[in-house]
Ligand binder design. Sequence first.
Ligand code: SAM
Length: 317
Amino acid sequence: MSKAAACAPAEPGSSEFLDDAVAGLTRSPKILPGKYLWDETGSDLFDQICHAPDYYPTGREMGLLAEAAADVARRIGPEVKVVEFGSGASRKIRTLLDALERPAVYVALDIAGDYLDAAIHRLAPDYPSVVMMPVHADYSKAVELPAGVPGRAVLGFFPGTSIGNFSPEEAGAFLAEARRTLGPSLFLVGADPTRDEDRLRRAYGGADGLMAAFHLNLLARMNRELGADFDLGNFRHGVRICNEPFRVEAHLVARRAATYRLGGRTITFEAGESIRTDTSHKYDPDAFRALAAQNGWSPVALWLDPERSFSLHLFQG
Ligand SMILES: C[S@@+](CC[C@H](N)C(=O)[O-])C[C@H]1O[C@@H](n2cnc3c(N)ncnc32)[C@H](O)[C@@H]1O
């Protein structure tokens, strides 16, 4: 039997969602925080995106993880507590749990509570000696880990290029906060150095239409949870590649002028006006190491695929 531990949920409530949505849609340009993409439907869609041939980050990172796992296991030693930020479907963690010597605890931290619980339910039977601790929390804020968790050493894990969803300033703050949360530890972080614009447009603009569905679900979520009346047919998904800093932005663009209701407010769109629904910053490995070093993490090892389309960094803090 796997051991399980409960933890109090700390997901943003619907009033925080409403406040952020109203604030983001009544300013110019319009922005919605990407963390609201991750309800159960969004998480399911993202899992399908990970299998789309054009969405290169998942396959590249899985390849690097398979290369890195034994080295990470040797450096950290036995009976480790692994803490994953944004655990999603908890697939990549299997490579680490398989390589580590007698891993003690897996703390899986995610904003999508039901999806998190289901993922841990699927994972736990395959690792009966590992204490499974799902923690329902928003890692863009301070996170407290459950107290009294066993484990000789701590290994943080932040895969999936999620660090790129923060601006560089926010990423620095996240890294500093993760150092506080994890304490003395090793931290394995995925970062995407891709600059090939065709590859980026295929991955973020297409993925078999799944990317459009993933972003449009944010409007559907506001209709479902906040009583809004957005007409999804009036919006198309598009990507913009921007510089300084280099990043891919996801937008929902209004086809024609319209007004909608949200939380007692009127939200007005001109034709062609867009909402930025997510951003993915792309980090050159040296620049990312420098950012981590400024925020409490010394570089230990780097795995980079030959096409420089993904990087896995191991830090010590
Ligand atoms: C890109 S997916 C990565 C999933 C998985 N780690 C992987 O690499 O395949 C991002 C994950 O982070 C979670 N997430 C996004 N923003 C979050 C936040 N602010 N706090 C906690 N979890 C968040 C999402 O629910 C999702 O499961």
